[in-house]
Design a protein around this ligand. Structure first.
Ligand SMILES: C[S@@+](CC[C@H](N)C(=O)[O-])C[C@H]1O[C@@H](n2cnc3c(N)ncnc32)[C@H](O)[C@@H]1O
Ligand SMILES: [Mg+2]
Length: 299
């Protein structure tokens, strides 16, 4: 099955991600204290034989887009790690930050605006985070913000005109049938399993992974998703185009956005089943229903 990659608008013009990512920035600001706490309390910085060069502290931001949020998050993470090393009386490592996103992401804009005073060596890593991206045990900290709600692809059955689960007249599973919601949930489980298995190879034992993502409250159904309302104007515009005969009804019915907002319970069940990570925290930010699971690679 082919992946369906959608990237953010590049450059720094009026409609660029760089100028339209304040909501994500607010989420990352809320998560800052939580990340610092997780690093202080749960990051294992003891010398580790399985990490080839323990003087290099590798950090990856998966789905970093074009900035500027990634610069702020990387700075916050490094400051917290430096504090941890200092508090343990350890010599500081050298930091290497890997900025990952889809191949078609505007890496030029990302690189052009890297902060001049950065305390790390930066590198771009193109490719989907649903596959392996890094050598074994080469990372100590993995971060990903507002990227994992992008599925590998929309579940095929919701776009299949012959299927009972076809998501007719909708772009998305909000307010859709139970079957459509379940198909999205199953796709998320499958994708998250691929994501966790790849990261289990790449994260050094004792390393941490902090994920910030859109989600929904425990005890609610997928169809009650809090993400989606912002896509309703697009959905109704497309339906107008169908009614005016400009696009075909079949095209509209078979198209679906590959986005999913899980509940904390769903994430917990997937991490437990995967067996490579311990959940050190699983926080729901009440302000915007964002979820923040932090997991630790088993030693
Ligand atoms: C909403 S942006 C978030 C950017 C940034 N992390 C922030 O918080 O501002 C989501 C990013 O995830 C990237 N993304 C989605 N699926 C991906 C995948 N499978 N592999 C790598 N990047 C992906 C998109 O290309 C996009 O740049
Ligand atoms: Mg549809």
């Amino acid at each position: 099955m082919q992946e369906e990659p959608y990237v953010m608008v590049g450059g720094d013009g009026q409609y660029s991600y760089a100028k339209n990512s304040n909501l994500q920035r607010v989420g990352a600001d809320h998560a800052k204290t939580l990340i610092i706490e997780a690093i202080t309390e749960n990051l294992d910085i003891d010398e580790n034989v399985s990490c080839p060069n323990s003087n290099i502290f590798g950090i990856a931001d998966l789905g970093c887009s074009v900035g500027p949020n990634t610069y702020v998050s990387m700075k916050n993470i490094i400051e917290a790690v430096v504090q941890k090393y200092k508090s343990k009386g350890r010599n500081l490592p050298e930091f290497q930050v890997f900025f990952n996103d889809h191949v078609s992401n505007d890496f030029n804009t990302l690189f052009a605006n890297l902060p001049a005073d950065r305390q790390y060596f930066g590198a771009g890593v193109p490719g989907s985070f649903y596959h392996r991206l890094f050598p074994k045990a080469s990372l100590k900290f993995v971060y990903s913000a507002y990227a994992l709600h992008w599925l590998f692809r929309a579940p095929p059955e919701v776009g299949d005109l012959d299927s009972a689960s076809c998501n007719r007249g909708r772009l998305y599973y909000r307010n859709a049938t139970k079957e459509v919601g379940q198909a999205y949930s199953a796709q998320f489980e499958k994708d998250m399993e691929s994501f966790l298995s790849a990261r289990a190879e790449e994260l050094a034992p004792g390393g941490l992974m902090a994920i910030l993502m859109s989600g929904r409250k425990d005890g609610t159904l997928p169809r009650q998703s809090s993400i989606g309302p912002q896509d309703l104007p697009l959905e109704s515009s497309l339906l107008d185009l169908v009614n005016e005969g400009i696009i075909s009804k079949d095209k509209m019915d078979s198209f679906n956005l590959p986005i999913y907002g899980p509940s904390a319970e769903e994430i917990k069940a997937i991490v437990v089943k995967n067996e490579h990570f311990d959940i050190v925290r699983l926080i729901t930010l009440t302000s915007n229903s964002s979820l923040m699971p932090t997991v630790r690679r088993g030693v």
